[in-house]
Write a protein of this length. Structure first.
Length: 313
């Protein structure tokens, strides 16, 4: 399978980076102003703003690159954003485990997002090149998504992510000791001529590692929608830049959508099957977008109107 390419102009790439950097700057200014104390209403407004920005960028793609490419961007964006929701719940657990104060959480999220931006570029480039060079890799990616979906469906409440068991954290502790108390926004401190990492850095380290794990799932998923490097990367980054706002929204609504993880696993299963049958059956991009939105809507509505007995009020 040859990777699809829109041949977008340098101006389109420049516009993309200008928008992303401006959005990150605004997000940083807003979060610093609130000192990590963001209400659900304020977070919802910011999340709506980032979603609107992505919709406008998709409209620009529609105008300059055509409707098919715009629909691929929108489908990729919705897919990546829905997967990011699951990622944010892991972030909530990490912050809870390390007892990160509210006022320090925005800094960790910022560096976590910047790290994700760099890592996603590498993962996407490698993924596109693999599919381009080895057509059979699309079957591997598809199988990976299906296996991940089944594991998510079968996961029990007791099997939730445990930050203390993070491999990267165990390795880092052998390299540098970690203090048990916080020292402002410092990631590292020097005490008695010896360097120590703070719990803030430990939280960031685990968050970065968790994002690598999520990228292993999310990048193959979006490659099931399009193999155009620009569309894959831009939809991914637009889903990432608003994660700080999404985090504060979900942290205030944790437990509101108990069926969401099942919806996400069904989406991964659908995209995995779509990749495996792509050489024989072509599912139109508008149909893929509609199916993904439908699955998300059903899982969220079911959570609201038919909550599990143990979570019902």
């Amino acid at each position: 399978m040859e990777p699809v390419t829109t041949g977008v102009s340098i101006a389109m790439w420049i516009a993309f980076w200008v928008i992303v950097l401006a959005a990150l700057f605004i997000d940083l200014a807003v979060m610093n102003k609130h000192k990590g104390h963001v209400s659900i209403k304020e977070a919802a407004v910011m999340v709506s703003a980032w979603i609107s920005l992505a919709l406008l960028f998709g409209a620009a793609i529609w105008l300059f690159e055509g409707p098919r490419h715009a629909l691929e961007f929108y489908t990729g964006y919705v897919l990546e954003y829905s997967l990011s929701i699951d990622n944010m719940f892991v972030f909530i657990m990490i912050f809870g485990y390390f007892a990160v104060p509210n006022e320090l959480q925005p800094k960790v999220l910022l560096w976590g997002i910047l790290g994700a931006v760099a890592m996603r570029f590498l993962f996407i480039f490698v993924g596109v090149q693999l599919i381009s060079a080895f057509a059979w890799m699309i079957y591997v990616f598809g199988a990976l998504l299906i296996i991940t979906a089944i594991k998510m469906l079968m996961q029990k409440e007791d099997d939730k992510f445990d930050p203390s068991q993070s491999f990267i954290l165990k390795v880092f502790k052998k390299i540098m000791p970690i203090k048990t108390d916080y020292h402002g926004e410092n990631f590292f401190i020097k005490d008695n001529a010896k360097w120590f990492a703070t719990p803030l850095f430990a939280a960031l380290l685990v968050i970065e590692m968790s994002d690598v794990i999520f990228a292993i799932d999310s990048i193959p998923a979006i490659l099931g929608i399009t193999q155009d490097t620009f569309l894959v990367y831009s939809s991914n980054i637009f889903a990432i830049i608003g994660l700080r706002s999404l985090y504060f929204l979900l942290s205030g609504m944790a437990g509101k959508f108990p069926y969401l993880k099942y919806g996400i696993s069904v989406i991964l299963f659908f995209v995995g099957v779509k990749m495996i049958i792509s050489h024989f059956v072509k599912i139109p991009v508008p149909a893929s977008l509609g199916i993904i939105i439908f699955i998300l809507a059903v899982s969220m509505l079911a959570s609201k109107f038919f909550p599990p007995k143990e979570t019902a009020n």
